[in-house]
Design a protein around this ligand. Structure first.
Ligand code: BG6
Length: 478
């Protein structure tokens, strides 16, 4: 009989990431019919000596929230949990991985398709990849495949990232490695390509002649509660800016790819990254919120920024002179991620538009996905007054009843389909680290210190001053 099976292996199955993101995403895919039970088996692997049932109960707890009172929901959770098998073992010895391989093989028929999702700290990536390669990939046949999905942080700077890439690269081909940046799975991030290259409106305006500055902003209204230990080792630049915000920058700034093939898109992203000029110290403001070090897992004298504004400048024909302001912070006044493209003032203005504010195109990634254009219109009425108004595309209103998929759901589906478009390629990762490594080294050495700010505020006032200066400076240029 014709058959084929897909084995999804979640390594680090008892950990936080698996519980909060991976299993819920798998469940959503299952519920929508993307993981047919006749073909799919899910394996959890971790060191914890727990039973199958214990793991399932944990996952059930996350999948069934108090608001889910529908009996059908709990029934589908139960059916989903039946797909899961748990195998316990260590991350650096063959024994556990042989057990895992046996378990997978038992359920496999036809071509062997195996997806290994590493919901693990990067320190164990090399040994886990080695074990997977050695013990769990021998059955690969012509129709089958093995793929590795890894999460950030991929290293701490260019050197460590390259080392990690080289170690994994010795074992698996780049086409088998899926580096997740979950921002690439967000609806409005994926929309950027379409927006830019399918609309005549934007193409002629999208350059230094018309755009004054681009701001890519991430705010959270909570601190590092519960993950201070992890965070303190990385800081906001490694946690958010070097990956999530920089990926968004690439999509805003890149040239049109020759096609939608993943390699064509990633080639263009790499070119943007390689065109970014070295960051100037005076174009950086760091902050740390008051109370950050009271977390027992954070050292009292920590120099780690929980806030940063960094200006990047792209040295190419399209963007020379346009500041890209990347700003991210924890414990700020709101939770929001958005892109603001600010246009230059109208030349020879006869309406005093400047007083009202300039044209701006805002793409809100979250919450409440939306795009809106701020523009000047005549104030309705008898006078010839002007006012700033908005052309507003709010997803909630425009796409009522459409559920926007979670980033992880979409990205896992891509890994199953073998589509690397929304994943970070090795050279892209390296180029991204090269932008930030010199700055990070200065911060790590204590030569650049974060400015304290109040939780619930906008962050240090110096960041707003930097922004005003950068964008005003730019205006003065001919
Ligand atoms: C993660 C960071 O990558 O992204 C977290 O490690 C951050 O610190 C999270 O909270 C934000 O993701 P989202 O999708 O909630 O914006």
């Amino acid at each position: 009989t014709r058959c084929g099976s897909l084995s999804i292996v979640v390594l680090g199955a008892s950990g936080d990431l698996a519980k909060k993101k991976t299993f819920p995403a798998l469940f959503n895919l299952y519920r929508q019919g993307f993981l047919p039970p006749s073909e799919v088996h899910i394996f959890g692997y971790a060191r914890s000596k727990i039973t199958d049932d214990e793991l399932k109960e944990r996952i059930r707890g996350v999948l069934i929230q108090a608001k889910d009172t529908m009996p059908e929901h709990s029934e589908s959770v139960s059916k989903f949990l039946q797909l899961i098998k748990y195998v316990s073992g260590s991350y650096d010895t063959e024994e556990g991985f042989h057990l895992l391989d046996n378990e997978i093989s038992k359920h496999e028929c036809g071509s062997s398709r195996r997806l290994f999702y590493l919901a693990l700290p990067p320190s164990v990536y090399p040994s886990v990849c080695k074990m997977i390669k050695r013990c769990c990939t021998s059955k690969s046949d012509s129709g089958g495949w093995s793929r590795i999905v890894v999460e950030k942080p991929f290293g701490k700077d260019t050197e460590s990232a390259e080392q990690l890439s080289a170690q994994i690269g010795e074992l698996f081909d780049e086409s088998q490695i899926y580096r997740i940046d979950h921002y690439l799975g967000k609806e409005l991030v994926q929309n950027l390509l379409v927006l830019r290259f399918a609309n005549r409106f934007f193409m002629p305006l999208w350059n230094r002649d018309n755009i004054d500055n681009v701001q890519i902003v991430f705010r959270e209204d909570f601190g590092t509660e519960g993950r201070g230990g992890y965070f303190d080792e990385y800081g906001i630049i490694r946690d958010i800016i070097q990956n999530h915000l920089l990926q968004v920058l690439c999509l805003i700034a890149m040239e049109k790819p020759i096609s939608l093939k993943p390699e064509n898109i990633r080639d263009e992203k790499v070119k943007v990254l390689q065109s970014v000029l070295p960051i100037k110290d005076e174009e950086v403001v760091l902050g740390q919120y008051d109370g950050y070090t009271s977390d027992p897992t954070v050292p009292d004298n920590s120099n780690t920024p929980t806030f940063a504004t960094v200006i990047l400048r792209i040295h190419n024909e399209r963007w020379e002179g346009v500041p890209f302001v990347l700003k991210a912070g924890k414990a700020l006044n709101s939770r929001k991620a958005e892109i603001r493209v600010q246009f230059k003032d109208v030349p020879g203005d006869i309406f005093k538009c400047k007083k009202q504010g300039r044209n701006e195109f805002v793409i809100r990634l979250q919450p409440s996905e939306a795009m809106y254009m701020k523009l000047t219109v005549k104030q309705p009425g008898l006078e010839m007054d002007t006012v700033q108004s908005e052309l507003d595309l709010s997803y909630k209103h425009r796409y009522q009843g459409v559920t926007i998929p979670e980033a992880y759901e979409r990205l896992i589906l891509d890994t199953i389909r073998g589509d690397q478009q929304h994943f970070v390629r090795r050279d892209e990762l390296k180029a991204a680290w090269e932008i930030f490594s010199p700055l990070l080294h200065i911060i790590d050495d204590g030569q650049l210190k974060p400015i304290p700010y109040k939780p619930g505020s906008r962050g240090p006032a110096q960041a707003d001053e930097l922004l005003t200066k950068a964008t005003d400076d730019n205006c003065k240029r001919p």
